[in-house]
Design a protein. Structure first.
Length: 162
């Protein structure tokens, strides 16, 4: 079994063609082992060279609205008044944590995407990229008031937001 690192687009295309050929390989066979290794190599190459950034929270909401045939009025129970929905969708108002929770439940969009925490490190420093806070491997549940200020509460202990 000769398998090499994927170094360029030609190697990438060759690996994809081989994956297509091995697609139905029987579990436990040498062909299936080759298939699994090639899939891992292709995934690593794509992660480095063909990265797809997650959508912005507003783009995710608009896409889901289009998919489900929803109108702005349908978002009012999740966001608030008609004016607030308009402000959020136009980017004039940030999503609050209660809005994020309701939208996540109502639209089935990951809270990480709605909070803007997915891909924060990739967007930071780029024009248009901003991060009000970052979270890693946790979902920000809400912020509770403490005399020193608002303290984020997380689903997982030991993970901080800044």
């Amino acid at each position: 079994m000769d398998i090499y690192r994927i170094r360029n687009d030609q190697d990438y295309k060759t690996a994809l063609a081989e994956i297509d050929r091995l697609w139905g390989a029987e579990e436990g066979s040498p062909e299936r082992d080759r298939f699994s290794i090639l899939v891992d190599l292709v995934a690593a190459y794509e992660g480095r060279h063909h990265r797809i950034d997650p959508p912005s929270p507003i783009d995710a909401i608009k896409f889901r609205m289009e998919q489900a045939g929803l109108t702005r009025k349908d978002l009012e129970p999740m966001i608030g008044t008609r004016a607030r929905v308009s402000e959020v969708l136009s980017g004039k108002r940030e999503l609050t944590l209660p809005m994020i929770r309701r939208l996540s439940r109502g639209l089935g969009i990951s809270a990480d995407i709605l909070a803007g925490t997915m891909g924060t490190f990739a967007r930071a420093g780029r024009p248009g990229g901003r991060a009000a806070f970052t979270a890693s491997r946790a979902v920000l549940v809400d912020a509770k008031y403490d005399p020193k200020g608002f303290v984020p509460r997380l689903l997982a202990e030991g993970i901080t937001c800044t």
